[in-house]
Design a binder for this molecule. Structure first.
Ligand code: PMP
Length: 468
């Protein structure tokens, strides 16, 4: 004990406090640890067998499993055609890369910039979104630039969601919504999109919210609803009527709306992306989230933004100033320059905001055709770059895949091993009660260069021959 006390003193820790506050077991452990350091034979025993008092915090309890961690690991083999995680393997626009090279060459841009967003970037974002939203957006008070759409979601939830609040999450949902809400001490309340064609879904538009079911989920504890349009993973683009229904409930119950619109530019012919913040009475209660990764096919840049009224954004800024402080300056500068280029040609069809979705529409149709060739019936997305498909109709024998996991997890693991093709299981995007409803679906990502889709085609054609 004397040894331990001395050692703690060396670390500048007041041992009398430790002796009073810590369980005696941890002091004994420390004494043992110190002795072991000088005894090579005992060093091993110490590390392997001694109990360690530091456990995880309660706020992350039960949040350890994560679909991206699990499936990026199993699909890491380069011989696997990876249509799982949503990362483009197409080239980003050349001017975007050139602007980054220029920014990196300017000395002053290699230092910290304004914490809530690089001045040139928030200015560019305000100009673009003023045009889209048809209202004044103050670059300094109505925008926060952060680490990707993830960072925007995190600062929004941390800033505005209180312990004990309820937050409505539409299922299936981008998987981090649930743990983020739980980490804030709040309760996720799920509301599923239901297939109005009873299992015969051909289009993402078939997936709808039941108005009565939705209305019944709102109560005095409902602090916010998280909306995602265009939707990941289904590809649904919410219509004005659907958004109005959500807006009416938000206004009636004085609820916030966290609107994740990272795929805002990726809408296909016949569809229009509408921002819920532009509906009457919604600007005051909505945080709209965007992402550079999705806008310019640069997911590795990890820049995102939240846009909303000053009275909400100021709280997000408090989270940022006390956590991340700021985002990388050269990336923000390059993104700002790219936005200026596209802002100036927003009336031109060649603007990247519109040209990317034209390019992707061809890839979407090709992906659908490939899946049809193996006898599958894909759900054609109206937006985003994912396509879901019911794989249960293939009746694949999964008895060899061990693990007590949902059907889609087992199917994807089987497909990776035996077909060298990867996707993402849809039940990863559901709360506990709805998993069984979605476990026959898997999600493919189609923002891939032609050679990747060619490789997928070879796999699917061979698969088809085996079935026939
Ligand atoms: N929201 C949705 C719906 C997403 O699909 C993603 C990324 N897959 C994000 C947010 C996170 O965006 P970012 O990569 O910019 O952090």
């Amino acid at each position: 004990m004397l040894f331990a006390s001395r050692s703690f003193c060396c670390l500048g820790i007041r041992t009398h406090l430790l002796q009073r506050d810590l369980p005696s077991k941890s002091i004994r452990f420390s004494a043992f640890a110190m002795r072991s350091e000088s005894d090579p034979q005992r060093r091993h025993v110490n590390r392997e067998t001694m109990p360690f008092k530091h456990k995880n915090t309660r706020r992350i309890e039960g949040l350890d499993s994560n679909v991206w961690v699990e499936f990026t690991k199993v699909a890491a083999d380069p011989s696997i055609v990876n249509l799982g995680q949503g990362l483009p393997d197409i080239s980003p626009p050349s001017y975007v890369k050139e602007e980054l090279a220029k920014a990196a060459a300017a000395d002053r841009l290699n230092q910290y910039t304004r914490g809530f967003g690089h001045p040139l970037l928030v200015k560019a974002l305000s100009q673009v979104y003023e045009r889209v939203c048809g209202r004044k957006i103050d670059p300094l008070t109505d925008i926060l630039v952060t680490v990707g759409g993830y960072g925007s979601l995190f600062s929004t939830v941390q800033a505005l969601i209180e312990e004990g609040d309820e937050v409505l999450i539409i299922e299936p949902f981008f998987d981090c919504y649930e743990p983020m809400v739980k980490m804030a001490g709040a309760k996720p309340v799920f509301i599923p999109l239901r297939n109005k064609n009873d299992g015969n879904s051909a289009s993402s538009a078939d997936w709808v919210l039941d108005p009565t079911e939705l209305a019944n989920k709102f109560n005095s504890k409902t602090k916010a609803i998280i909306l995602n349009t265009p939707h990941n993973p289904i590809g649904k683009v919410f219509t004005r009527e659907e958004l109005q229904m959500i807006a009416d409930l938000c206004i009636k119950h004085d609820t916030l709306c966290i609107s994740d619109e990272v795929y805002e530019w990726l809408v296909y012919k016949g569809n229009k992306h509408i921002k819920i913040a532009t509906l009457p009475g919604m600007w005051e209660r909505t945080i709209t989230i965007g992402s550079a990764g999705k806008t310019y096919s640069v997911t590795g840049w990890k820049l995102g933004w939240s846009i909303g009224p000053q009275h909400l954004i100021k709280h997000l800024q408090v989270v940022q100033q006390n956590t991340l402080y700021t985002c990388p300056t050269p990336l923000q500068e390059a993104l700002a320059q790219a936005f200026w280029i596209d802002y100036k040609r927003m009336d031109d069809p060649d603007c990247y905001f519109y040209s990317l979705s034209r390019e992707l529409e061809g890839k979407r149709d090709r992906m659908a055709q490939l899946l049809r060739e193996v006898g599958l019936k894909p759900v054609i997305p109206d937006g985003g770059y994912f396509m879901i498909v019911d794989v249960s109709t293939l009746n694949v024998d999964l008895s060899d895949v061990e693990e007590n996991q949902p059907y889609d997890y087992k199917f994807v693991k089987w497909m990776i091993t035996s077909k060298k093709l990867s996707a993402i299981p849809l039940s990863a995007f559901c709360g506990p009660e709805t998993k069984v409803q979605f476990e026959k679906y898997i999600r493919f990502c189609f923002i891939k260069k032609d050679s990747t889709l060619d490789a997928a085609e070879v796999i699917l054609k061979n698969w088809n021959k085996q079935i026939a």
